[in-house]
Design a binder for this molecule. Structure first.
Ligand code: UDX
Length: 475
């Protein structure tokens, strides 16, 4: 990585406090940021919830502080709501409530003991969805920065949320039609109406509105916004955010974080490395990698169609089937594959519960990625130059897929609604000769990602600015 090499000096030691939201897609970028800051001389303290607690033994140099309060609280997986978004939004609000008092006590105690430590606390960097923790830190006189783990475009959508409600785009109508879904959101291109996240009830919409409004306030009242993106990927969106953010809130677009950070894995599930040996034996560009991230779920009928679709594509494939992918199926284990699947897929398939995804995407044998378009997965695929087949499920994923298909043009959309075997078999189109243009775009984006973290690259410059900003901060 190129940089001017700003690091903390021995007589200027600083400690950065971090607090990730306890979901895999939020924990990974926070630990990547931790690795980056640690490599530049900062001491690291990680506050964390009981739910999805990180494995401290993988990060012996960090100080871990468990924040009690959320133990025994229903988790998204244990919520009876059939709607993953609603369950997650409720859980985010509940985590904020439950951790407020214990976090206040722990942070006040840490500050009181500060003179005994050799480093000064510079700042709390918390996930923007931990808005209460950011408030608490500010009340105790600790400077704060917000890490948002999704795209710059997604934060523009957050800031536009009240306008979209006023204009009648939200809450999204329950009865959707392809004509309505395809209509442009004129005020927020390139989104289409069907890309806007829908809440399945009035109560869910109210909760979503609360989380979004408080997350925006948390950013606007912080002293910095950190985004896992880079200028060449989202230059218009970043420019627009820079115009809209208060001058006291500098924006640091320091992505792709996974490429900048020497961080040890922060995976909550054990990554099955056996699949790398299998990939080693496959021809270049021949394998379809299929994974839908850590939160998305699918109905059992969609699961079955997906299974037959990839079997019918005739390709070799590596499929991540994590427990919980099909709610109610598998009882803590991955959902069982349909009868006859093994015979149909022959020896062409490897199924794992969880893969070392960054390594898989960077492997020469992987030719395409069928993805839910979580932001981390999208950025990882961009950096690896792998074209995507997009089947977004929830939250920001529809918007991310829109950018892949219409703006970056490094992937295809799998049309919404029921997944049909015929369409899924069109996976072949993504990997066949007709996909040359997709592959060319994917390689162009890979180069621009590499440039951004190279000597004098946009993200390298931003990292240095972030380090200098943190060195200036002091409680
Ligand atoms: C969710 C949202 O979808 C995402 O857009 C948001 O920004 C964070 O929360 P998630 O569903 O987990 O995230 O998807 P994604 O953002 O892609 O993150 C998944 C992470 O898990 C990636 O870093 C990926 O490398 C990792 N992963 C995934 C594995 O390590 N192994 C796997 O088998 C699958």
């Amino acid at each position: 990585m190129g940089s001017t090499g700003a690091t903390a000096t021995a007589d200027d030691l600083r400690r950065v406090l971090l607090f990730p939201l306890p979901y895999q897609g939020h924990i990974n970028p926070m630990f990547q940021l931790a690795g980056l800051l640690h490599s530049r001389g900062f001491a690291i303290t990680v506050f964390h919830t009981h739910f999805n607690a990180p494995d401290a033994s993988r990060h012996p140099d960090y100080h871990f502080v468990p924040v009690p309060g959320d133990g025994g609280m229903p988790t998204p997986a244990g919520d009876s709501s059939p709607d993953t978004v609603q369950a997650t939004v409720k859980h985010v609000l509940a985590v904020n409530r439950a951790c407020e008092a214990p976090f206040r006590e722990l942070l006040a105690g840490l500050l009181a003991r500060q003179p005994e430590r050799e480093e000064d606390v510079a700042c709390l960097v918390a996930d923007a969805h931990l808005m209460t923790m950011l408030d608490v830190a500010r009340e105790l006189g600790v400077p704060t920065m917000a890490l948002r783990t999704s795209s710059a475009a997604r934060f523009r959508f957050f800031t536009a949320f009240p306008m979209l409600c006023d204009k009648g785009y939200l809450p999204a109508r329950q009865e959707s039609s392809s004509e309505l879904d395809d209509a442009p959101v004129v005020e927020l291109p390139p989104y289409r109406v069907g890309d806007l996240p829908s809440a399945c009830s009035a109560a869910a919409h109210v909760n979503m509105r609360e989380v979004i409004s408080r997350a925006v306030t948390a950013v606007m009242t912080s002293s910095g916004l950190i985004l896992n993106t880079f200028d060449a990927l989202e230059s218009d969106e970043l420019a627009s955010l820079r115009r809209d953010l208060p001058t006291a809130v500098p924006l640091f677009d320091v992505g792709p974080l996974h490429k900048l950070s020497p961080a040890a894995s922060s995976s909550l599930l054990r990554q099955d490395r056996g699949c790398i040996d299998w990939l080693d034996a496959q021809p270049q560009g021949s394998v379809l990698y299929v994974s839908f991230g850590s939160l998305a779920s699918m109905s059992s009928s969609d699961f079955e169609e997906t299974a037959w679709g990839i079997a019918g594509s005739g390709r070799h494939f590596l499929w991540v089937l994590r427990p919980g992918l099909v709610p109610g199926a598998g009882a803590g284990e991955p959902p069982p594959l349909p009868d006859g699947f093994d015979a149909a897929a022959g020896g062409r398939c490897v199924v794992v519960r969880w893969a070392p995804q960054e390594e898989v995407l960077a492997h020469a044998a992987v030719g395409a990625f069928w993805t839910h378009c979580g932001w981390n997965s999208t950025v990882e695929a961009v950096c690896a130059g792998v074209p995507m087949l997009c089947s977004p499920c929830i939250g920001d994923q529809m918007g991310n897929a829109r950018y892949v298909v219409d703006v970056w043009r490094n992937g295809l959309m799998l049309a919404g609604g029921e997944i049909e075997r015929g369409k899924v078999a069109a996976v072949a189109a993504l990997m066949g000769e007709g996909a040359d243009e997709l592959r060319r775009r994917a390689m162009e984006l890979k180069s621009s990602a590499a440039e951004s973290i190279g000597e004098a690259g946009s993200s390298s410059i931003m990292v240095d600015k972030l380090i200098l900003e943190l060195q200036r901060k002091r409680v």
